[in-house]
Design a protein around this ligand. Structure first.
Ligand SMILES: [Zn+2]
Length: 280
């Protein structure tokens, strides 16, 4: 790459060139054909580039990220640029090292062997959903935005009070909080659920891995699954479900799935509905 090639077209982050990675900023660029040398010079010292108007809000956030990438760059005058892999001390790329880094960043490392992502009381689709959600791989708006998909808003489609992240939609959105408190009351637990850690290694995670924990874990996963389904109903069908109807769905679906899969003892619907922890 030479310093007189295009700043916006010839520098890539992952599989996106700068033009696509920083779409909002690019729209404000005064000189869309500017080369690398001139653009880097604009960022020298405390410079912030040259824009049609002052980048604010999400465009301002893009600018901050771009400055972080460009300002440390020192261009050599008489030498061809070369690639250095910054994730390795020697700057040398190897597939083995890359694969280890990807594994470390993406695989769920379980500190506790009992903290499994398998639970035979729920259908496979629920297990897969939980696995993807824990890795941040369900299409909440913030994840779509990170991948360069232009959305009108990254805010929660249910409450519009916060950015839509996985943790928000499943735990801290007002609807999710109401559902969790109803489910905890249904099970007779005097506690709170704030995130995945509370399901996997919090107070409830410390329960011995017996029948009761397996049942409770299955219910928690079903709660997450139903919350996500209801979020999609709002986004794609503009359908709003009440917390009581969501709780009903959680109670009946968990009964149907768990009683069908549980081989040890027969579960009675009335017991399940009124005092589920005594049926485990
Ligand atoms: Zn919300």
């Amino acid at each position: 790459m030479w310093t007189d090639t295009s700043f916006w077209d010839d520098i890539w982050v992952g599989n996106l060139c700068f033009k696509n990675r920083f779409k909002r900023l690019y729209r404000l660029e005064n000189n869309k054909n500017i080369n690398i040398r001139d653009k880097v010079a604009e960022f020298a010292g405390n410079g912030l580039g040259s824009w049609a108007y002052n980048p604010l809000g999400r465009t301002g956030a893009e600018l901050e990220e771009l400055v972080g990438l460009v300002r440390p760059v020192i261009l050599s005058v008489d030498q061809r640029d070369e690639w250095k892999w910054v994730l390795d001390a020697k700057g040398v790329f190897t597939v083995k090292r890359c694969s280890t880094l990807i594994d470390n960043a993406t695989l769920v490392r379980s500190p506790n062997p009992l903290e499994s992502l398998r639970n035979s009381l729920v259908p496979k689709k629920v297990e897969v959903f939980i696995w993807r959600a824990r890795l941040g791989r369900i299409p909440v708006r913030v994840e779509l935005d990170k991948r360069g998909i232009d959305l009108n808003s990254a805010r929660c489609p249910i409450c519009d009070n916060d950015i839509e992240t996985v943790e928000h939609i499943l735990f801290s959105c007002q609807v999710a909080k109401d559902i969790w408190s109803k489910v905890l009351r249904w099970w007779g637990y005097n506690s709170s659920i704030f995130g995945f850690s509370d399901i996997f290694c919090g107070t409830f995670g410390n329960l011995a891995y017996d029948n009761k924990k397996a049942f409770w874990q299955a219910v928690c996963w079903i709660v997450c699954y139903i919350l996500w389904k209801s979020r999609n109903a709002k986004v794609f069908k503009n359908k709003i479900e009440t917390t009581s109807s969501l709780l009903n769905e959680i109670q009946s679906l968990s009964f149907e799935w768990i009683s069908r899969r549980n081989k040890r003892n027969k579960i009675d619907w009335l017991h399940w509905f009124s005092c589920p922890s005594s049926t485990c």
